[in-house]
Design a protein around this ligand. Structure first.
Ligand SMILES: *Cc1c(COP(=O)(O)O)cnc(C)c1O
Length: 438
């Protein structure tokens, strides 16, 4: 199995190289060169498979450099939490992807990628050092995802005083193989320092550095698992429509990948906040990346979605083809608050703001364009719930006028003692620290 770059100017590579490099040398993103197929018997019996079992069957299609035993162990260990499908009426189901350690779907990618990296490293004799700059959420998923994974050290740079209290607690209390460097500067400073480290040959001669970047193909593969697991729980003959709250479009791209390997799906809804370059492209045909605008669904505040190139590539740069599979809609903060409240009051289900955008998009689809994606009466809609509402209590509480209960594992990290290493915003200091500690 080979992986190719969306820019088409880099040589094809095996999975391990695509995963450890992240970005292709020509600046493109990696995708499989061809699409292996799930067997018909697997699809027929899908409802009998657990999430780790689905993960195993899918990952062996994409990864041919790890043994079956190794992939079984990785998927079992990474997917140690559930992703239940909750019906809320009108053929609408919520696929809850927030039962992992950081209460967001990014746990799937981080936990799987960390274990895959660890297994790939076993053939080398050096520890792998994951170096990442974070402005909050990605960092906590990486910290928790790589926590305690053998042969891997994690070093996270975050801007002092510029991440939320919950995020800082999640970043700085992990311990073990995870170190948080608290940089006296901005997120851009952190990112610049990390970039300098990756391009410094004298450092890379001594240490084996890798990134945990969100564009990594090793993060998309595990995100295909839960689409199939959602389908398994639906247990219907009608192909569903998946509504995906989107920012960088990694999540939606994973759905397209699942479809390519044989998962039945009528189509996908690209649900965004006012950062709507993709819905706009679908409607007008012009793609105009721009600076992002802050919203209450801030994990989707992306003005230039990195996975858009993958989507274009999957459909041969043909908008007509894309439109047969994806319908887009975008919503303001006011509309998001409104639907969050409506669902809570009428269906007794509390959504976080990102998921609420996925819900609104389904309602809009059902009332305005029913049938557009080839759906039939009774076609089920599956909304991907990307985060637990407790992570966004400050947005939700004023809207519903009630406190949002905090799950135990979030509370636990709030009580731990912060451990970080202060650092000036200069690359030299980072380099010295890395060489001294690893
Ligand atoms: C990252 C994130 C998203 C956006 O996912 P993409 O794969 O970037 O489209 C949506 N919701 C939440 C809660 C997230 O953390």
């Amino acid at each position: 199995m080979q992986y190719i770059s969306t820019n088409g100017k880099a040589k094809e590579v095996r999975f391990s190289e695509a995963a450890l490099q992240g970005l292709a040398p020509d600046g493109g993103l990696y995708l499989p060169q061809s699409w292996p197929q799930l067997s018909q018997s697997f699809l027929n019996d899908l409802k009998d498979y657990s999430l780790p079992e689905i993960g195993y069957e899918v990952s062996r299609l994409f990864i041919d450099e790890l043994s079956d035993d190794s992939l079984r162990e990785i998927t079992k260990d990474a997917l140690n939490f559930d992703a239940p499908l909750v019906p809320i009426g009108d053929n609408i189901h919520i696929l809850e992807l927030f039962h992992g350690p950081t209460l967001a779907f990014k746990d799937f990618g981080a936990r799987f990628m960390s274990r895959v990296f660890s297994a790939l490293r076993e053939r080398r004799d050096q520890d792998l050092i994951i170096l990442a700059a974070t402005s909050g959420d990605t960092g906590s998923a990486v910290a928790q995802g790589f926590l305690g994974v053998e042969g891997i050290k994690v070093c996270l740079l975050y801007p002092s005083g510029k991440v939320s209290h919950i995020q800082e607690q999640q970043l700085t209390t992990a311990g073990q193989n995870v170190t948080a460097l608290e940089v006296d500067g901005t997120f851009d400073d952190c990112q610049r320092m990390v970039k300098e480290a990756f391009s410094d040959c004298s450092l890379n001669d001594k240490l084996m550095l890798s990134s945990a970047n969100s564009i990594n193909i090793a993060r998309l593969i595990p995100q295909t698992f839960y689409y199939l697991y959602g389908l398994a729980q639906l247990n219907t003959d009608l192909s569903p429509i998946f509504s995906v709250p989107s920012g960088n479009f990694g999540n939606l791209t994973a759905g397209l990948m699942a479809q390519r390997i044989g998962m039945p799906a009528a189509g996908f809804i690209a649900a965004t906040n006012v950062n709507d370059v993709v819905p706009e492209y679908l409607e007008t045909g012009s793609f105009e990346p721009r600076a992002s605008e802050p919203t209450i669904a801030n994990a989707m505040d992306v003005g230039n979605p990195s996975n858009f190139d993958r989507i274009l590539h999957l459909f041969d740069q043909d908008r007509e083809k894309i439109m047969q599979h994806i319908w887009g809609a975008s919503f303001s903060d006011a509309a998001t608050r409104e639907s969050l409240k409506e669902v809570y009051q009428s269906r007794n289900y509390l959504m976080d703001p990102h998921t609420a955008i996925g819900y609104q998009a389904v309602k809009k689809y059902q009332s305005e364009v029913k049938g557009y994606l080839g759906d039939k009466p009774g076609t089920p809609f599956v909304i991907l719930a990307t985060a637990h509402p407790a992570k966004f209590g400050d947005v939700i509480e004023p809207v519903i006028g009630e406190k949002v209960p905090m799950p135990e594992r979030l509370r636990a990290c709030l009580n731990k003692t912060k451990q970080s290493i202060s650092m000036p915003n200069a690359y030299g200091d980072l380099k010295d620290w890395l060489l001294e500690h690893y």
